[in-house]
Design a protein around this ligand. Structure first.
Ligand code: JFZ
Length: 346
């Protein structure tokens, strides 16, 4: 355990990337601004799954060389690793997946996981995959009625789409979905060389751990990638509004590190490995509408605060649908890198 955590414990700073079909929506649906984090737009705007794919696929046009830009940006910022969304809750896979046609290979005839992993390695960065166990697209996914999964309490937006979909109950099939999830993750850990981090997302009461056959997933991943480190979100997600809350669900059997979100625990987290993930504005996925940028000064403070308390800082960018990084994000990363160099930390 200590051996595989070694690089991670020394790294201190990573770059997170949320990028998928939602990036093309940029925070609007049919012209209307949609409240909430932009990568959740399918849910937040109540868009039926097929309609979402129909509107979003044509907007997703990765430009050549985008991955090299990300990797250079991370490297110059002083980040030691890059974690990106191989698949977010929308279900669109960035790799060439044999178990779905809702993937980059079928959409744009490219293997974007290959491109990103290769680019990160070329810059000497460690590389990690964020993989969502929630999948709003897969026909067998049994929790499309999301009140039962992502939000254990009745959610204010819980109304339409899948509840009104008469075929839903017939298609929902937990076993079929688990098999799909296992097969898709297996592709990712067996076909792309060394993967350094698996960043699972996410579980809640009623659908955690063995709902996803988590033990089997982790064993399979570990067999393919003996040195990989994994977070504990297959079991509980946590630490969102209460960073210390994640500790209640944390032990080594359930993951190597825990992930307070959008917050730095005031006292750190004694005795456990933790990584605070944070956005530069208010959204993970790209939104053209969100200009609530934190200053470079605040971001540097957050990095230093986290590192001084023994954690890692995973700072997010949300590129546009062509892969280009918003200027506001790129500038902040460059300034963080300059600060680290000035202070002899990079
Ligand atoms: C999750 C995702 O839903 C989100 O889109 C983003 O990827 C973030 C890094 O991770 O966010 C969560 C996960 C769990 C809770 C809230 C947000 N939770 O348990 O309340």
């Amino acid at each position: 355990f200590d051996a595989r955590m070694r690089w991670w414990r020394e790294a201190r700073f990573g770059m997170f990337v949320h990028w998928g079909l939602y990036s093309g929506a940029a925070g609007r649906w049919n012209g209307e601004p949609i409240k909430g984090s932009a990568e959740w737009i399918q849910r937040n705007a109540h868009v039926p799954t097929d309609e979402y794919a129909r509107q979003m696929l044509p907007l997703f046009k990765p430009k050549p060389g985008f991955a090299r830009e990300w990797a250079r940006l991370a490297k110059d910022a002083g980040a030691k690793y890059l974690v990106f969304t191989s698949k977010h809750h929308e279900g669109f896979a960035l790799h060439d997946s044999a178990v779905t046609r809702f993937d980059a290979k079928d959409a744009v005839d490219r293997d974007l996981v290959r491109e990103i992993v290769d680019a990160a390695r070329a810059e000497g960065l460690k590389v990690g995959l964020y993989h969502s166990v929630i999948d709003w697209h897969h026909p067998a996914y049994p929790y499309r009625d999301f009140a039962r999964l992502e939000h254990p309490l009745p959610h204010p937006l819980e109304k339409a789409t899948d509840r009104d979909d008469p075929g839903y109950a017939q298609r929902a099939n937990l076993k079929a979905y688990q098999d799909f999830l296992q097969a898709q993750v297996r592709e990712l850990v067996e076909q792309y060389g060394p993967i350094d981090v698996l960043w699972w997302d996410y579980s809640n009461p009623g659908a955690e751990g063995e709902t996803w056959r988590a033990g089997e997933l982790m064993t399979m991943v570990r067999a393919a990638q003996p040195g990989i480190v994994m977070n504990n979100r297959l079991y509980r997600s946590l630490g969102y509004d209460d960073p210390q809350g994640s500790l209640r669900w944390f032990d080594r059997a359930h993951g190597d590190f825990t992930t307070p979100e959008q917050a730095i625990p005031a006292q750190g987290m004694a005795g456990v490995d933790w990584e605070a993930c944070m956005t530069m504005n208010g959204t993970w996925g790209y939104s053209a509408l969100d200009d609530q940028w934190k200053s470079t000064r605040e971001l540097v403070r957050n990095l230093v605060d986290t590192a001084s308390k023994g954690g890692n800082f995973l700072l997010n960018i949300g590129p546009e649908a062509d892969g280009s990084v918003p200027t506001a994000s790129a500038t902040r990363l460059e300034q963080i890198g300059a600060w680290l160099r000035r202070n002899g930390e990079s």
